[in-house]
Design a protein. Structure first.
Lengths: 214, 207
């Protein structure tokens, strides 16, 4: 698998800083699970956090803080190293955690034109959803008020600019009006997150928007 | 701690990291108080409370400051800093000194604790690769990983004030994610390359 479209440094740094909305965290963690390059870049931003912590001024702890921490340790269960779960389906670990399983566990809702979606439970500052686009079909034409991340999990889609296959991430800003079309051959499944409601250009999708919660 | 309960410091596994000091000095001076990785390995391998106390003295006040700068009140920050340090003990068996410095590791625990406490939301973590600590990590790699933070700290201090402030604000949560500028001016390329090489090595071992 060759991933051609990666996360931006800006997103990776915001992830390392712990400043992303939960829905974006999910997309970043899912992509990083598939992409060693972004994993290494994310870890390099973690070291910036480490350096800042090391350099930080100190604020004295309470007098009994150490003994309280030691007492707390006594109450903690002994963590054991569990073997990492290697997902067998198409959802990497973090996504499988949100869905509660792989593809068969998704509760799809039809949104028209054969397109289906499933909203995932995240904080309200951004929303995450799975999208199912039948091979050869288009997602309704839309632009964004904020940022939209789309990660391909199965199949591939293309918009006017480029093609995106499994593991690829598309970062769409406000300026991008696009009509992603699933390539023929295989239905396309994506994880998408956005920090503002999409704005659809057609009247009907706009009317349906509150209903679809996208 | 050790003096109090009258037990000598446990002796580490010969050849392990941090043994440099043990071979040279007396047992009382055995642990270099700033060899954080060596201290954490003593916690990991021997549940060494004296080593934990040294780590606590250094890192807990920094974690507390970090949390307060991120918007936590003093009481919450104190509580969370204790939590973070307790987690450090609990998860010590996952610490691999050839992968990250102790400061970086403490930072990631503190960051996740902050997300729990202040934002009450979950943080999705990448799939864990099967790279728990190696039984005998390459000492050159360990040294490299541990010194990276220090080198980065110096680079951070050398940055022009406004640029440094911007990075701090990004990590303390004063900027929204769309305001964060990724151009840090810090030498992160070498760190990324080191981690990437380690990942490639691991992937080879896994197949």
């Amino acid at each position: 698998m060759t991933i051609r479209h990666h996360l931006s440094d800006q997103l990776l740094m915001a992830y390392a800083a712990g400043q992303l909305p939960e829905a974006f965290n999910l997309v970043v963690a899912t992509h990083v699970s598939l992409c060693d390059d972004c994993r290494a870049r994310a870890a390099s931003f973690d070291t910036v956090g480490g350096a800042l912590l090391e350099e930080a001024e100190e604020i004295a702890m309470g007098e009994d803080a150490l003994s309280r921490a030691l007492a707390r340790i006594e109450t903690l269960p002994q963590a054991t190293r569990s073997a990492p779960i290697m997902p067998t389906g198409i959802f990497p670990g973090p996504l499988a955690g949100y869905v509660g399983g792989d593809l068969s566990a998704v509760r799809w809702r039809r949104v028209g034109g054969g397109v289906k979606q499933a909203i995932l439970p995240t904080g309200k500052d951004a929303s995450a959803r799975l999208l199912f686009i039948p091979a050869g079909k288009a997602v309704p034409d839309h632009g964004h008020r904020g940022m939209e991340l789309t990660l391909v999990l199965q199949g591939a889609f293309a918009d006017a600019n480029d093609e995106f296959g499994r593991g690829d991430i598309e970062i769409a800003g406000e300026d991008l009006e696009h009509t992603p079309v699933a390539l023929s051959g295989q239905d396309c499944i994506c994880l998408a997150a956005t920090d503002a409601p999409l704005r659809f250009r057609g009247l009907i999708p706009r009317l349906a928007q509150p209903l679809l919660r996208i | 701690m050790t003096e109090q309960d009258g037990r000598p410091l446990p002796v580490g596994v010969p050849g392990g990291f941090g043994m440099r000091q043990l071979r040279e000095g007396s047992l009382a001076k055995a642990v270099d108080e700033t060899d954080w990785a060596g201290l954490l390995l003593r916690v990991r391998d021997h549940q060494d409370r004296a080593a934990f106390a040294a780590l606590f003295r250094h890192f807990a006040p920094r974690v507390k400051a970090f949390l307060m700068k991120s918007g936590a009140g003093a009481t919450l920050a104190e509580e969370c800093a204790q939590d973070v340090m307790a987690t450090l003990w609990q998860k010590a068996h996952l610490f691999d000194p050839s992968r990250a410095s102790v400061a970086t590791w403490v930072y990631t625990i503190a960051r996740n604790r902050r997300i729990d406490a202040l934002r009450k939301s979950r943080r999705a973590e990448p799939e864990d690769l099967d790279w728990g600590p190696e039984p005998e990590p390459d000492q050159a790699e360990v040294l490299e990983a541990q010194q990276e933070t220090e080198r980065l700290g110096r680079a951070l201090s050398a940055l022009p004030g406004p640029q440094r402030t911007l990075i701090e604000r990004a990590f303390y949560g004063d900027l929204s994610h769309s305001e964060i500028a990724a151009e840090t001016g810090l030498p992160l390329g070498t760190i990324k390359s080191r981690i990437r090489l380690a990942l490639d090595k691991l992937r080879q071992q896994m197949t």
